[in-house]
Structures are given as C-alpha cells and as structure tokens.
Design a protein around this ligand. Structure first.
Ligand code: PEP
Ligand code: MN
Length: 337
C-alpha cells in the first residue's frame, strides 16, 4: 500500500502516519518527492485496511499497490530518481558513460585506460578488482591491490569509480574505495548481498541477471530500497537466448519498459550485451536512441592481451569515436553527454 501525502502536509503529519503504520507492526518508508511525500508500507502479508490512514491529517490518497514491487515503482515516486555517484548525476538530463577495462590488471593498464576514457569524455571509470569468472582457473582479479589502483586512477583523472562487489564478506572493503558498488549479473539474486548493500550508504549499480525477467530485476532492486538504500542504478546487459551470433541478446526494450514502471535510472551495457567489439558502437547508438540514462563500455588499450573480455573491449580511439557519435545523438533525444 502507498499513502500519498498532501503537498501541504507538515512533517508532523508525515510522522503521525509513520507512527500509525509502525503501530500495526508494519514498516513505513517515507519517500520525499518534489511536490509531495509518499509513504510506502511493507511487511504486510495480506492487504492492509485503508481506513486507518484515510482520515489522518495531511493524507491525500491511499493507493493499494497491486504490483509486487512497491518502493521502486512510479506509484511510490513519480519523478525520476537521480543518483549521485561521487558528484556525477545518473538519471538526470545528462547521459553518463561508465568506461574502463573489464578487470584492473596493472596500474599501468588502468591508468592508461583512465586517461584515455577521460580525454574522450567518459564520466565514470570502471574496472573489476574482484571478478566473477566462469572458470576457477581464469584470472580472478587483483583484489584489494586492484581497489588501490582504482583509487589512484580516480585521484589522477578525477573520475569516480564503479567496481564490482562479489560477496557479503568484501562489502566494507570495496565500499572503502568505490564510489558505486556494482552487483554483477551472476549476483542479481544473491539476496544476502542485496540486503547488506541495502544497509550501506553507497550507490549500487545492479545488473540484470542473464536469465532474469524485468520483474525479477525490479524485485532485486526492491531489496535494496526496502533496506533503506535508494541510490540504485539498473543496468541492462543482455540475456541468454537461442541466438548465438552475439554473446548475449541485448534487450533494449527493457529501457522504456523499466522507465514506465520505475523511477530508477537505467544504463545499457552493449559490451557484455554483444561480446563483440564491432557491435558495441551501433548498439550504443541504439541505447541512447531508446532513452537509456547512460552506457557501460569496456575499453582496453591492448585487448589482444586482456586477461578478461578482450574480444568485446574497444580500443581507446574506437571509444573516442563512440563518444562523438553518442554526443550527437543525445541532442536528438533531448539529452546531453
Ligand atoms: C562486468 O561488468 O565486467 C561483468 C562481469 O558484467 P556482468 O555481471 O554483466 O557479466
Ligand atoms: Mn567484463
């Protein structure tokens, strides 16, 4: 259930509603909006009697929420959520471009890539220090050493850092260094990780699982919001289908679908979505055209020797060309880069 407060409701009115919700043994989540506050109710097993709230001062409307997600929905918050990642707004008029290597391999590799993507106009730097690999014999990432390198890249380039957190044990460690914690596709339904990240005060980039429906993606985001973390960015990165001409099938229709039912920003990752360097540029153009709030692009100065995802990494000059094209297209859809 959702309680929408009147635009003239006072803080005391909101407090009274929250107290009434809690006195029923339920949780209240006050979501301040530009015009009015909405209060989401969770913790109920069946439907909640609306009468207890309808006549409280300051209450404009009591809406039974039929969708399984509550706090991520536009019913809870009509205007777009803008998440600040180290001062960079994600979900505003500006299209953000998160760029960098799949994995941090060395200081030289990360620094060279950082400077190149910064010059080309990227807004955030990415790179994995803890890598989820299909094979236990593949490069697993540099761990904390990789995080230290990321911090150095941020210091030299000024770009805030997005990096993956693999498990609950390393949440504090990764949060010490990162401006935004990425939950990878393989962890989208790691509910203990989501609950823990919901309690941290760091933005989360939540990637769609490789066989997750959008409802499942939004319910995973709901875990984060239900624990109090509203700084959530979604990411479409392709799903597994029968098509084998690309690594995954990038589902661009996810963007307008998610934007209709949720206020959370959504990025598109054409690197993992296609797995092929030559397909990244055309699908980046398509992602901008479809209304994505940003892109996530893997870049490597020497992809032939990359320790992970070399075939999909753009060379720095290809990335610079992508930025030029994306900038032109952004104006067509009323955005900026
Ligand atoms: C990544 O971003 O490098 C990554 C591992 O992505 P995904 O979880 O989408 O496969
Ligand atoms: Mn990768």
């Amino acid at each position: 259930m959702l309680i929408v407060m009147d635009s003239a409701a006072s803080a005391e009115d909101v407090r009274r509603v929250v107290q009434t919700v809690e006195s029923l043994g339920l949780q209240a989540h006050a979501i301040p909006g530009a015009q009015r506050t909405a209060i989401g109710i969770t913790g109920n097993r069946g439907s909640v009697e609306t009468g207890a709230f309808e006549n409280l001062p300051g209450v404009a409307e009591v809406i039974p929420v039929s969708a399984p997600y509550k706090l991520v929905s536009r019913e809870a918050k009509r205007e777009n959520t803008v998440v600040s990642v180290g001062g960079v707004s994600v979900g505003g008029p500006e299209i953000v471009v998160v760029a960098g290597p799949c994995a941090v391999e060395s200081e030289a590799q990360a620094m060279e890539t950082g400077h190149a993507v910064r010059r080309a106009g990227a807004t955030l730097f990415r790179g994995g220090a803890f890598k989820p690999r299909t094979s236990p014999y593949s490069f697993q990432g540099l761990g904390e050493e990789g995080l230290k390198i990321l911090a150095k890249v941020r210091k030299e380039t000024g770009l805030p850092i997005v990096t993956e957190v693999l498990d609950t044990e390393t949440v504090e460690l990764v949060a010490e260094y990162a401006d935004c914690l990425q939950v990878g596709a393989r962890n989208m339904q790691n509910f203990s990780l989501l609950k823990k990240l919901g309690k941290t005060r760091r933005p989360v980039l939540l990637k769609r699982g490789m066989s997750a429906t959008l409802e499942e993606l939004l319910l995973s985001a709901e875990y984060l919001l239900a624990e109090g973390n509203y700084e959530v960015i979604l990411c479409e990165r392709g799903v597994r289908t029968f098509s084998d001409h690309t690594r995954n099938t990038l589902d661009l229709s996810a963007v307008p679908y998610v934007q209709r039912i949720s206020h959370l920003p959504i990025l598109v990752d054409p690197s993992h979505g296609t797995g092929k360097r030559q397909k990244v540029l055309p699908l980046s153009r398509a992602a901008v055209a479809v209304g994505a709030d940003g892109l996530l692009i893997e870049v490597h100065p020497h992809p032939e020797v990359a320790l992970s995802d070399g075939p999909q990494a753009l060379l720095p000059e290809m990335f610079a060309d992508l930025m030029r094209q994306v900038r032109l297209l952004a104006s067509v859809v009323g955005r900026r880069v």
